[in-house]
Design a protein. Structure first.
Length: 210
């Protein structure tokens, strides 16, 4: 742990290897910025490369990225998060909210050419598709040929970053483990009910652009 730029010191982590593990496991980034006097936010998967930049791609219809070369942005990657009630602990403790996240200040570079779009599709598939999966990237695939002209490649140049890992570190080891167990416990029935309701709504809503 070391000095943090974004927030107070508690729960701050600037160790690159831990930040990289968090992003690799939870690559969906919230990218927020201003464009033409309006705030914008998009949810885009991003992946780290050797020089510590990141890459990704977006629908070229997304207004946050249209008509731009480079622009500043704030990024947030979120992992598991949950309310931790008093009864989850071994000791008599007040409730809290635990979470893991990574915050970044960055400059987004738009790569508006077909080769960059194809490369972004290929590299994304290589990160996410298991080698034995039936689908593997193929530049000659008609779906790739049809889709590539409709996306923009992204290169994200990181200016500063830090992890915010709040996991009841101030509690005893027994209470830390109890909080972790609660954080990882899922209410799948409630999640399914919510997602099914959202799916029904989404079927009648206007299509969105990445």
């Amino acid at each position: 742990m070391s000095s943090c730029a974004f927030h107070y010191q508690e729960h701050c982590c600037t160790r690159p290897e831990l930040i990289d593990r968090m992003i690799a496991r939870y690559p969906l980034a919230l990218i927020s910025s201003e464009h033409q006097g309006r705030p914008h936010a998009s949810h885009i998967p991003l992946f780290r490369v050797a020089d510590r930049s990141l890459f990704g791609h977006v629908d070229r219809r997304n207004p946050q990225f249209q008509g731009r070369g480079r622009f500043p942005a704030r990024l947030v990657f979120m992992g598991p998060q949950s309310y931790i009630p008093p009864e989850a602990y071994r000791s008599r403790l007040l409730p809290t909210w635990n979470y893991i996240a990574v915050h970044m200040d960055a400059e987004i570079e738009i790569l508006d050419d077909l080769e960059s779009a194809r490369r972004a599709l290929r590299d994304t598939c290589e990160r996410l598709q298991p080698p034995q999966a039936p689908f593997q990237y193929d530049a000659a695939d008609p779906r790739v040929i049809a889709n590539a002209p409709h996306i923009l490649g992204l290169r994200v140049h990181v200016l500063r970053e830090e992890g915010r890992f709040k996991l009841s570190q101030d509690k005893t080891p027994a209470d830390q483990q109890a909080a972790l167990d609660h954080l990882l416990r899922r209410d799948e029935a409630a999640e399914r009910a919510l997602l099914e309701e959202l799916l029904r709504f989404a079927e009648t809503a206007e299509p969105a652009h990445g």
